[in-house]
Design a binder for this molecule. Structure first.
Ligand SMILES: O=C(CO)COP(=O)(O)O
Length: 138
């Protein structure tokens, strides 16, 4: 599965702890992140993550481009609900595209845990069908 990690600054420690706890689950998947989030996770784990630009510089939009193509299977996006972000429109756009494509997205650790356990159980197998039959393809 293609999985993306994104965390705002005051949520980065929480993200690192979360990914570390489930490192054994994530290690078998293709991992993506915004710039600084991915750096922090890679410093603390043995995971290999494809890092896009930092969020304020367009990283959310880069991940959004994969979502638009229905190529992202799961997004863990730990947003900071108590601090305004300069790139708020990019954040809203990414979440909107997740809803357009029906992509599972967790915006807090509690939901993240549920989705990761579902991933472990094989509940994401339907995404393989999505990858197989992309819109516009025969
Ligand atoms: O701002 C972000 C998401 O909106 C996260 O970006 P960084 O991972 O580069 O800090």
């Amino acid at each position: 599965m293609n999985i993306a990690f994104i965390a705002h600054d005051r949520k980065k420690d929480e993200m690192v702890n979360f990914v570390t706890a489930y490192e054994h689950v994530f290690e078998g998947h293709n991992l993506y992140s915004t710039g600084t989030t991915g750096l922090r996770i890679m410093e603390q784990t043995n995971l290999n993550i494809h890092r896009f630009m930092s969020g304020p510089l367009g990283g959310d939009q880069q991940i959004g481009a994969l979502v638009a193509q229905n190529e992202m299977d799961l997004i863990i996006f730990l947003r900071d609900p108590l601090m305004a972000q300069p790139h708020e429109p990019d954040i809203i756009a990414l979440l909107r595209l997740c809803d357009v494509q029906g992509i599972p997205v967790a915006t807090n650790v509690a939901t993240g845990e549920l989705l990761v356990r579902a991933l472990q159980r094989g509940d994401f197998a339907w995404r393989e069908l999505v990858h197989k039959y992309k819109p516009g393809e025969a």
